[in-house]
Design a protein. Structure first.
Length: 111
């Protein structure tokens, strides 16, 4: 497995795959990222991140059955691997520690 650190957008993609569960394919991932974050993302960018995460061993993928709606083509479905789950937990713990170390006064007066 290549590097174990993940960047912010890799984290967003991993979290999206985890939340979509059995419906995590590239177009759905792009749509869900837009819905949740308001961030318009190009399909090619997501494909690049998916390839990188798969190279790191953080996700795996399988081809689904061909469908008439897709002209007989198959969708590639993604799943978060054990290594990906560990990376997400590590990232969350780091963020929680950082958030926990910020004095309350920093955010006084902000809703």
């Amino acid at each position: 497995m290549k590097g174990t650190n993940i960047g912010e957008f890799e984290e967003v993609v991993l979290l999206t795959i985890a939340s979509l569960m059995t419906e995590a394919y590239s177009v759905n991932i792009v749509d869900e990222i837009k819905e949740v974050t308001g961030r318009a993302t190009k399909l090619g960018v997501v494909h690049s991140v998916l390839n990188r995460l798969e190279d790191k061993g953080m996700i795996s993928s399988d081809l689904g059955d061909p469908t008439k709606e897709r002209g007989g083509r198959r969708k590639r479905f993604y799943q978060v691997t054990h290594a990906g789950k560990v990376a997400l937990i590590k990232s969350k713990e780091q963020r929680d520690r950082l958030w926990g170390s910020i004095p309350d006064v920093v955010f006084d007066g902000i809703k």
